[in-house]
Each structure stands twice: as C-alpha cells, then as structure tokens.
Write a protein that binds this ligand. Structure first.
Ligand code: GLU
Length: 483
C-alpha cells in the first residue's frame, strides 16, 4: 500500500513548489491505488497563521490534487494539524529519553550563543557541544522538578566516528558523518516539537511509505534516519525532488518570479495547464510530448523518468502551454470563464462606488477601470518619470518599492485600512514624505497619476497583481539605472 503526503507549513502564501511536490506525491498514490494525505506542519506558532493554512488548502483544491485524509476532512490517523498533536510528540520524546536516545538540555541561550561564537572564531562546525549529555537521570529530574526550562535533544550515536547512511531512491546512498549532525532539538522549551521530531513521528503514525519532498530537505534526512533508528521504526523510502529555479538557476524566489499559486489562479492560468507544466519540471512522458493530462501522467508514471536537473521555472513557457489549453475551450466556455473569473459581479460591485463619481457615460467605465482587470499595465514616459520622486534616484525608488513588496508579502490579503496603516508605518520608517511615497506607488499600481483612493484600488486589484506590477516597475527602474 502506497501512502504519501504533502506537509506544508502555513507560514506564507501557497507556494508553487508545494503544488509541484504535491503533484508527484499524488501521482504516485494514484498510480498504485494508494492514499495521498495532507498534513499541516504548524509547530512554529509565531509564524503559522490560520489564514495561510486556509489559502494553502484552497489553492491545492484549485489544482485538483484532492487528498484522501487531511485537517478539513479528517481520517483514521488524525488530527492532521501538528499543533493539535502536542501530547503525542511529548510522549515520544519521553520514550527516547527513557531509552537514552535523547536527553534534556538546560543550557541557557547565553551559553549557546557563547559556544557558537567560539566555534565560529575557531572556524569549527557550529552546533551543540553535548554539554548536557552527561547529566544523570536523577540530576535531570531534579532540575525539571525545580522548574528549570529545558529542551530535549537527540543523542546522536557515536558522534566522533560514526556515520549515517541515507538512501534516496533517485540519488542512491549518501553518507553523512555523525560529527556533522547536531544533537538537534526535538522538543522546544515551550513543549512544542521541532520539525524533525514532529515530521518523523507523524510519518510513522500516519503510515507513510514514501517521503517525496524537495531537495532542500536532504540535509534533514540523516537526522530523520537517526530518529527512525532510535525508535526502532521501519524507514519510509525517500525521494528528494530537484528544486524549482529562477532563470539564473538560484532557488525560485518571490523577488524574481510570482511564486504564489494565487497569482496563477487570479491571472487565469488553468489548473490543468499548471499541473502539466509542473510535471514537466521533474518528469518526461515516454514519448517526450509536452502537453499531457494528469490522467495520462498517472497512466505513464514511472520513477525512472524523473529528472534530477535543476528545472528552471519559466513563466513564458507556462504561459505558452496555458495558451494551448485556453484555445481548446469552446467560445461558450471562454465566456463562462471570463464571466466567472475576470468580470465577476463581486469585483464590479467593489469598483462601482469608486468609479461612479468619475464617469459621464457608461462606456467611460471601460477606460476608467482597465487597470483593475488588465494583467500588467504600461507606463508612458510621464508615468516612468513619476515613479521616481523629485530629488531621489532610481536606486532610492527601487529600495522603496522593495520595502512595499515586503509589507504586502506579510499580509495574507489586502484590506484597505490595515494596508494604509502598514504603508504609513513604512513611510515613517523610511523617513519619506507621504506625497513622495504615494504618487509613485499609485503610478506603479495603476499606470496613472489620477485614480480613486489608492488603498481601495490595491485591495481590489489584490496582493498578487500589486506585487507583480511592483516587480515590473523595479525591473524597469533597474533598466533605466543601467542605461
Ligand atoms: N513542513 C515541511 C515543508 O514546509 C515539510 C517537509 C517534508 O516534506 O518533510 O515543506
């Protein structure tokens, strides 16, 4: 029985990388009549938000990769949200302490900082020095009873000479020296587990057979293997998919590409095209054709055809592929889609009060609102000038726009009032005058210098499109800077 999972952390926008990894898990499950599980890894309480979780679920639903068990639908191995499984991790951490495979560490953060600085100065590997490993069970229990805060760490076996082998089904066996593996924290002082402990315990209890995840987790795998061994559990098979990359081959980043699934959904990419494109990032059909459906992929799926090369996420190619899917629609389907997704009643209703005072004939509506519906907007000469406040350089303007990108990024959705508050806070932080800030921003977002209130229009245009226009403007300013 094949059981696989996608285990996103709800700490930001739903990422295309999550859809990409989910796709390969889903396909493997369907190929073998197995199950695909969705688990939310929200043990980082400060960064996890329910809004992000909802968005992740919604965007995965949009892709059509439906899961068989998950936080929204339950299942026999629930709960599927790690923040609700605290008691389980505590119990397993205790089991490891009892077996001598883990220990309580009472070191203060000052001590940890100090050893870190010393290690850096000596150019040694930075990691815990094992100080609390020697504590006797009685000492440890006494300090707990006295109310001292502690974390639980894994006691890496044979830390001087040992090594840990991991087997990746695509890459073969990789050896890690145990002296390079930290006595990592399993349970934090607030009682929450770290990623490593929660991930391994859950994969075991949820009977996961294949762990298919992104390459960036490869260095975590020896830690996981040590945990499986410490518990005496059977290992799942591991497969690490190559990371999606920017054109310059760096790891895909939101500075260079739209990485949120919401962007593609809102821009009107079709989920079928998106999945087809993501499939091409790591796999080829036996006949090497580029356009294929999910069903065809499942029918033809074979791990041997997975590729390890760093796939470049090329939005132009995705757009080309999407065009092939769009053109397969009937005119009726196209009308229905445009009606449902572009000129929606909700969007028109939100725009109407802003535009009402500004038009004289109904047809004026079209020109007055084009920037609400268009993908990117263009910037004529006057607009390009207006992007840079008087007395500032294009470099200054780039910095400001980048700071706005960050502010937008932290908000799950743009709502006029909190957006205004956050941007005013930013103006203060940057020491700018309101006018110097809002006019260039208005122009960047709309291509125009006169519009209804900026925060209202940004809320309607939406986070993803605002971000993509800001990215374009930054690109434009970089070009003018270079010229
Ligand atoms: N929570 C991890 C993530 O955000 C899961 C990695 C894994 O699949 O083990 O991707």
């Amino acid at each position: 029985m094949v059981r696989v999972r996608i285990a996103p952390s709800p700490t930001g926008d739903p990422h295309v990388g999550t859809a990409y990894i989910a796709l390969f898990n889903y396909v493997l499950a369907k190929k073998h009549g197995g199950q695909f599980i969705l688990r939310i890894e929200d043990t980082d309480l400060t960064r996890s938000k329910p809004e992000w979780e909802n968005m992740i679920l919604e965007s995965l639903r949009w892709t059509g990769l439906t899961w068989d068990e998950g936080p929204d639908i339950g299942g026999p191995h629930g709960p599927y949200r790690q923040s609700e499984r605290g008691h389980i991790y505590a119990q397993y951490a205790q089991e490891l302490i009892d077996k001598g495979q883990a220990y309580r560490c009472f070191c203060s953060s000052e001590r940890l900082t100090q050893i870190r600085q010393e290690q850096l100065a000596r150019k040694e590997r930075v990691g815990y020095d094992g100080h609390c490993r020697q504590l006797s069970a009685a000492d440890s229990a006494a300090r707990v009873a006295a109310g001292e805060p502690y974390v639980v760490r894994l006691a890496v076996p044979d830390p001087t000479n040992g090594s840990t082998l991991i087997k990746d089904e695509m890459r073969g066996v990789i050896e890690f020296l145990n002296n390079q593996i930290d006595d990592q924290v399993l349970l934090k002082s607030d009682g929450m587990p770290t990623y490593h402990l929660a991930n391994v315990v859950d994969d075991h209890l949820m009977e996961i057979t294949h762990v298919i995840r992104a390459e960036e987790w490869i260095t975590s795998t020896p830690k996981h293997v040590l945990l499986y061994q410490a518990f005496g559990w059977k290992l799942p098979l591991f497969m690490h998919m190559p990371l999606l990359r920017n054109q310059d081959k760096s790891k895909i980043s939101k500075r260079k590409n739209p990485v949120s699934i919401n962007y593609y959904k809102e821009a009107g990419y079709l989920p079928e095209a998106m999945l087809n494109y993501l499939a091409l990032m790591g796999w080829t059909m036996p006949d090497e054709r580029e356009k294929f459906s999910l069903t065809e992929m499942i029918e033809n799926f074979d791990f041997k055809r997975l590729s390890l090369g760093g796939p470049v996420f090329d939005i132009k190619k995705l757009t080309w592929l999407n065009g092939l899917y769009i053109r397969e629609q009937s005119p009726e389907q196209l009308v229905a889609q445009v009606h449902d997704k572009v000129f929606t009643i909700e969007k028109l209703a939100a725009i109407a009060p802003l535009i009402l005072p500004r038009i004289e004939k109904l047809e004026d509506f079209v020109d007055a609102t084009s920037y609400f519906f268009a993908g990117e907007v263009s910037y004529d000469e006057a607009a390009q000038k207006a992007l840079i406040p008087k007395g500032q350089t294009s470099k200054d303007a780039i910095k400001t726009f980048e700071a706005v990108l960050e502010v937008l990024d932290a908000m799950p959705v743009l709502v006029a009032q909190p957006l205004e508050a956050a941007l005013r806070e930013l103006i203060e932080k940057l020491g700018l005058k309101a006018k110097e800030f809002f006019m260039p921003l208005r122009v960047a977002i709309s291509g125009r210098s006169a519009t209804p209130p900026l925060f209202d229009i940004m809320a309607i245009i939406g986070k993803e499109r605002c971000r993509s226009r800001l990215r374009n403007v930054i690109g434009l300013l970089k070009q003018t800077k270079a010229a």
